[in-house]
Design a protein around this ligand. Structure first.
Ligand code: NAD
Ligand code: UGA
Length: 458
């Protein structure tokens, strides 16, 4: 028999862990269980060394763990016990068969749904937390309700909008929460239950309800729009470099139009992370499926522009360093796909490193939180890569530094000391435009920012 006040989350990753910690904190009368097939991950969630780095997360976990939040590998019994089941498993891009490279690989989701079906002996609310293609909830509801046990499953969509590095802030104070359901009596009742969970700390105006298809499509669209802004500003950074305009000034001028806004206009070496590319490809696949090729091409160009930007960055490094980096040491400052996370999935640093290794450079990688993940990403590259927790060690005897992640700590290093320890001429390629370029130039560095004139001693 299930318990109305027990919530289960299947998938203890970047979303499942923080989201459920917040839900447990704000709903102390509920018991929240988070399960995963990865026992190492669960062990880490039960330790002081959480499996993901996220500012503020450990403090919240300390407050609720083993009170009303539990991390476990006992998936079967947890499914039996829970009345509300969030599914937050990974939904990577399909690498095989029809739709390979674009469509979402739904095998983890469907396996989970079938496991729920097999073990349940009472009606449950299933909440799609993972990002999924439009109509997945409906398909899952059909699979689950094909049971002959006489029990009903309501499948809802409640996509997550947190960004890594600010997950706790985003969860505590979200711009909005979406809850989609079918508009049947039972679907609406289930929707109310999920809305109630969030309304214990979020105003009702920010909890938006709709049908499941709108909710699913809104999540894909939001990520596509965010990525599109970055590709747009990055495309203009290339034009700035040709014309002498300054991307920082252009972005500020454009962003002061209140209809456009200032956020997400930082030119960069490219966007990374596990979701933007995957979700855009998912959207592209859906559009092609419905014969909307022009729409698909439009969104696909956002990813193409991102690939162009990171390639352009490496080519600029090569060109500035006299068209060869062979045998030269290059220090990478940052490997995470953004600051304040150890996550390296789809990080532009992976591409930059591989390209530099291909050019026979020696790469010294530094990052305050992502070195372990960097080693996993580069496990096939044993030669000419070193990992340095100390950026001063990474830069020693290097010919160039490339800033790939906007970590605060890189802004306050002693660059005079670094300059003295480097080979000359010394270069800094700022893939995030976060360092004080003029000061560095005056110390003797050749500074190559993005979308701004180079500061060169030649
Ligand atoms: P993740 O890979 O960090 O975590 C997923 C977890 O699910 C893994 O630990 C995996 O072992 C587990 N899992 C897979 N199959 C399972 C099964 N059958 N039973 C139990 N556990 C299983 O992924 P994530 O970054 O947390 O993303 C999860 C979903 O949320 C994705 O759809 C993603 O698009 C979406 N999302 C992610 C973010 C983010 O910032 N990472 C933000 C919003 C939405
Ligand atoms: C993104 C969205 O912001 C979240 O709302 C969403 O929930 C999440 O994807 C998801 O679905 O996974 P995230 O990828 O964690 O979150 O981080 P972002 O802050 O969006 O940054 C993504 C990438 O864009 C990073 O590489 C970042 O450095 C880059 N970026 C961001 C820029 O290059 N310029 C900017 O102005 C902003």
């Amino acid at each position: 028999m299930n318990n109305e006040k027990t919530i289960l989350c299947i998938g203890a990753g970047y979303v499942g862990g923080p989201t459920m910690a917040m839900l447990a904190l704000k709903n102390p009368d509920y018991k929240v269980i988070v399960v995963d097939i990865n026992s190492e991950r669960i062990k880490a969630w039960n330790s002081e060394n959480l499996p993901i780095y996220e500012p503020g997360l450990l403090e919240i976990v300390h407050r609720v763990r083993d009170k009303n939040l539990f991390f476990s590998t006992d998936i079967d019994n947890s499914i039996i016990e829970a009345h509300i089941i969030f599914v937050s498993v990974n939904t990577p891009t399909k690498t095989f068969g029809h739709g390979a490279g674009y469509a979402s690989d739904l095998q983890y989701w469907e396996k989970t749904a079938r496991q729920i079906l097999k073990l349940s002996d009472s009606s449950k609310i299933i909440v799609e937390k993972s990002t999924l293609p439009v109509k997945t909830a409906q398909a899952m509801e059909r699979i689950l309700n094909s049971n002959e046990k006489g029990i009903i499953f309501d499948v809802l969509s409640n996509p997550e909008f947190l960004a890594e590095g600010t997950a706790i802030k985003d969860l505590e104070n979200p711009d909005r929460v979406l809850v989609g359901s079918s508009e049947t009596e039972s679907g609406l009742r289930a929707r109310d239950k999920i809305v109630q969970l969030y309304s214990s700390w979020i105003d009702n105006e920010r909890i938006l309800t709709s049908n499941v298809w709108s909710t699913e499509l809104s999540k894909l669209t939001a990520n596509a729009f965010l990525a599109q802004r970055i590709s747009s500003i990055n495309s203009i950074s290339a034009l700035c470099e040709e014309t002498g305009a300054n991307i920082h000034e252009v972005a500020h001028a454009v962003g002061t139009d209140s209809r456009i806004g200032q956020k997400f206009l930082d030119a960069s070496v490219g966007f990374g992370g596990s979701c933007f590319k995957k979700d855009i490809f998912n959207l592209v696949y859906l559009c092609r499926h419905y014969g909307l090729d022009e729409v698909a091409d439009y969104w696909e160009s956002v990813v193409k522009m991102n690939e162009y930007q990171v390639e352009r960055f490496v080519l600029k490094m090569l060109k500035s360093m006299f068209n060869t980096v062979t045998g030269k040491k290059i220090a990478l400052f940052g490997f995470a796909f953004k600051a304040n996370t150890g996550d390296t999935r789809e990080s532009p640093a992976i591409y930059v490193t591989k390209k530099l290794l291909n050019e026979m450079a020696n790469v010294a990688i530094s990052d305050p939180k992502a070195l372990e993940n960097a080693k996993i990403e580069l496990k096939d590259f044993k030669e000419n890569v070193e990992y340095c927790s100390d950026p001063y060690v990474a830069a020693k005897n290097a010919h160039a530094i490339a800033v790939l992640t906007e970590w605060e700590c890189y802004k306050t290093l002693d660059y005079k000391k670094i300059f003295a320890s480097m080979e000359k001429p010394a270069f800094i390629f700022d893939g995030r435009n976060t360092l004080p370029h003029k000061e560095l130039f005056e110390m003797g560095f050749n500074v190559i920012p993005l979308g701004m004139p180079e500061l060169s001693h030649f």
